[in-house]
Design a binder for this molecule. Structure first.
Ligand code: FES
Length: 166
């Protein structure tokens, strides 16, 4: 075997590796870009949540899963998230919150735990984040309250409450 043949084979092997690597590198970059791209709701912007009579009374919390399309970079996927609704300060005043932890986005569970002798109804199973009935942080690593959403009350005798802002 002469040295020209060996170096030609070496060149071809290198060229093959480079050419094979380009699409793989492209796929890695695309997936990183889509992972880093901010997620946003594709549609719809207003999602049916519950019937009027299901809205919580007293200190109760309504937890409801909603499904919608989320765009992250070039990807559109169906995702499901919990939405929690509680009563606000006055009659007919309700707060809606996204059931996604503000630490690392784990799904929040409706489960009562005791924090400093006080009952807290919303808990993150990942690192022990605990939130109040109105979504304030009571314990654990989260630094921000649960994200507030907007409720759309039905009009004209309709019965379905919608949620916006996911
Ligand atoms: S993701 Fe909820 S406490 Fe870390």
């Amino acid at each position: 075997m002469d040295s020209n043949g060996a170096s030609r084979r070496g060149f071809l092997a290198t060229l093959t590796l480079v050419l094979a690597g380009v699409p793989i590198l492209g796929a890695i970059v695309a997936s990183l870009r889509s992972g880093l791209a901010p997620a946003r709701v594709e549609k719809p912007t207003s999602i049916p949540l519950c019937h009027l009579e299901e809205l919580p009374k007293g200190d109760a919390i309504l937890g409801r899963a909603v499904t919608f399309e989320m765009r992250r970079g070039p990807l559109v996927e169906n995702v499901s998230r919990m939405v929690f609704v509680t009563r606000g300060e006055s009659d007919g005043d309700y707060l809606a919150m996204l059931g996604e932890c503000t630490h690392l986005r784990c799904p929040i569970q409706q489960r009562t735990v005791s924090v400093g002798g006080r009952d807290a109804p919303l808990r993150c199973p990942c690192h022990g984040g605990v939130f109040s009935r109105t979504g304030e942080v009571l314990a654990g690593p989260p630094r921000a309250p649960l994200r507030r959403l907007e409720l759309e009350m039905p009009t004209d005798g309709a019965d379905i409450v919608h949620v916006r802002g996911l």
